[in-house]
Ligand binder design. Structure first.
Ligand code: UGC
Ligand code: NI
Length: 162
């Protein structure tokens, strides 16, 4: 199966997570009017109900290339996961709705180089997929003592194309 990568927009991504970007008017001007604050733009959840806490990590991921073959999807049942690029390079985001405890039909998005994402708790997704060196990202997710990870090895891998 092939799926086309779509441009990432808040509307298209809303059922999966939040898009972090500075578009339109800021929610407030701060720092003597020299900075626009796009305030509180992500639904974060670190599973405090099961002893989790927020953490910030740095990922240095190997870049992939398109067409990209995806054979694994995962989700974090106990917390959200945000990927904030530390470069201006687009990256690939693969997500899928839940279908009875398994991933449904996947969707692929390409960021525009000025966007980060926050995956909502429990959203099926492909692992972090940079498309350029260095694949550097700040990652905000749950720190805890449980695995907080469900993986599905896809019986029918798919290929993302542009
Ligand atoms: N394993 C890990 O910390 N990263 C994955 O969850 C991922 O989505 O890349
Ligand atoms: Ni993940």
């Amino acid at each position: 199966m092939q799926i086309h990568a779509e441009p990432l927009t808040p509307e298209a991504f809303a059922r999966f997570g939040d898009v972090l970007e500075a578009t339109g008017e800021p929610d407030k001007l701060i720092n003597a009017g020299l900075c626009g604050r796009f305030h509180d733009r992500a639904r974060l959840d670190f599973g405090a109900d099961s002893g989790g806490r927020p953490g910030i990590s740095v990922f240095k991921a190997v870049p992939r290339a398109l067409p990209y073959r995806c054979d694994l999807l995962e989700r974090h049942p106990e917390g959200s996961q945000a990927f904030i690029p530390m470069t201006a390079d687009p990256f690939l985001v693969i997500v899928a709705p839940d279908a009875g405890g398994q991933p449904g039909t996947p969707r692929a998005f390409l960021t525009n180089g000025a966007q980060g994402i926050n995956l909502h708790r429990g959203t099926w997704h492909g692992v972090l997929t940079p498309l350029a060196e260095p694949g550097l990202f700040a990652v905000i997710d749950r720190i805890g003592t449980t695995p907080n990870l469900e993986e599905v090895h896809l019986p029918t891998p798919f290929t993302v194309i542009t």
